[in-house]
Design a protein around this ligand. Sequence first.
Ligand SMILES: [Zn+2]
Length: 277
Amino acid sequence: MDIELVEIFPNSVKFILSDVSLSYANALRRLALAEVPSLVIEDVYVLRNTSPLFDEFIAHRLGLTPLKYDIDELDLNFRDKCDCGGIGCNLCTVTLMLSKETDAQTTTVVYSGDIVSAQEGVEPISSKIPIVKLGPNQALELECMAQLGIGKEHAKWQPVSAMGYQEFPIPEINRSKCTNCLACIDACYRGVYQKVGDEVQVTNPLSCTLCNYCLDFCEPGAIKIGSNPSKVIFSFETNSGIPPSKILSKTGEILLTNIDEFKKTLELSLLEKDEKE
Ligand SMILES: [Zn+2]
C-alpha cells in the first residue's frame, strides 16, 4: 500500500491510496465516520433563559457546535466506561459555561465565542456561530457538559464530513478522433480540460469525478474516461477540531483493534469447538 498526499490543510485532506480495493477504502471511511471519537456537548443545565428560544432549542444548537480539543493532551475516558460510573468527573467530562444578559436599552446575539470552558484547550472551533438573539432585558445562563462520543451513537459526534473516495480517474483524449472543438472545456464543471496552445489537453486529471458528462459534448470516441480500480482518491474535511492526519491515524488504530478482537474471538471459538469434540 502506498499513500500520496495531494493536498493537506488544517481541516481537510486529499490523498491517493494505491494497491487497495474499494472495499478497503470503504472500511476506512466507515470507521472514521462512525468510530473515531470527538468531544461534543451532551447535557445542558439551564439556569436562566428568558430568550425567545425554548431550552431544548438552545441545547440542540449547543450540541451541534463543534468543539476543538487536543486529542493527545486531553486524554478523556468515555463517560460510560469511566471509573466514576458515568456520573461525570474531570476524567470524562468537560464543563462549559455560557452567561449573557442585556439591559433595557440593548439587544445582542449570543455566539459560540461566549462559551467559556473550564478545561484549557477546549473551545468552539469558531467563535462566530450564532446561538440566540437576546432582546432588551433578556438573559441566558447555562452550564454545559461535553463528553466523548462516536458517530455510531449520534451524528453530532462524527468528527469528519464530506468524506468520500473514488477510483483513480484516467481521462484521455484520442487525437485521431478529437476535432478540437473545445466543447469539453466548458462542459466539465471540474476544470479537467484546458486549452494549451491550439489544442485541448487534460491538465487536471485528479479533479475528474468519472461523471462522463463531457462525453455528451464530443465526437464519439474523442474522450475516453478510464480508471484504475486498485487506486483510490480519498478526501474529507474535519469538523471536530481534530487534524486530518490525527483522524487517519486514529482510524488505523481502530481498524487494528477490531482485527485483533476478531482474531481473538475466532481463536477462542475454535478452541471451544476442539474441547467439545
Ligand atoms: Zn468520569
